[in-house]
Design a protein around this ligand. Structure first.
Ligand code: HEM
Length: 103
């Protein structure tokens, strides 16, 4: 299922682009001092978070879980790398949540 893995990775890259860019937008937002910029940054941040990051995160999860179900679950269930990866994923979710809190 290489096409499925490709979709998983494309969604993950889109998600990460937002995870890196949103904090940068917050910095530019904080540095701005006029109300027009304030409004523009709010729109950009909202569209990035709700329009790109969150749908990409959901797609990463859907394709990742699909890969698990479709692949050899017997093998995956003993794969240490997968357990470590899913644990690290928790940290990523917390970071995603904090990005939303600032929004
Ligand atoms: C619910 C979340 C996720 C699940 C269940 C999941 C599951 C999987 C599975 C089953 C594979 C296929 C591994 C194989 O070819 O045997 C895979 C591949 C991959 N995943 Fe995820 N994944 C998730 C989230 C993520 C996230 C957040 C990232 C990035 C930080 C990521 C990065 C990758 C990469 C780079 C591969 C390709 C590995 C390779 O083929 O060498 N995944 N994932």
């Amino acid at each position: 299922m290489l096409w499925l893995k490709a979709l998983h990775l494309i969604a993950m890259v889109c998600w990460f682009a937002g995870l890196f860019y949103l904090p940068r937008l917050y910095v530019y937002h904080t540095m701005s001092d006029d109300s027009a910029s304030d409004e523009r940054f709010k729109i950009m941040e909202r569209k990035l978070f709700f329009g790109i990051m969150t749908p990409s995160m959901i797609a990463t999860f859907v394709f990742g879980i699909w890969l698990l179900i479709d692949g050899a679950w017997q093998i995956y269930s003993h794969a240490i790398w997968l357990h470590v990866k899913l644990a690290l994923l928790l940290i990523l979710l917390i970071y995603h949540y904090f990005c939303w809190q600032r929004e």
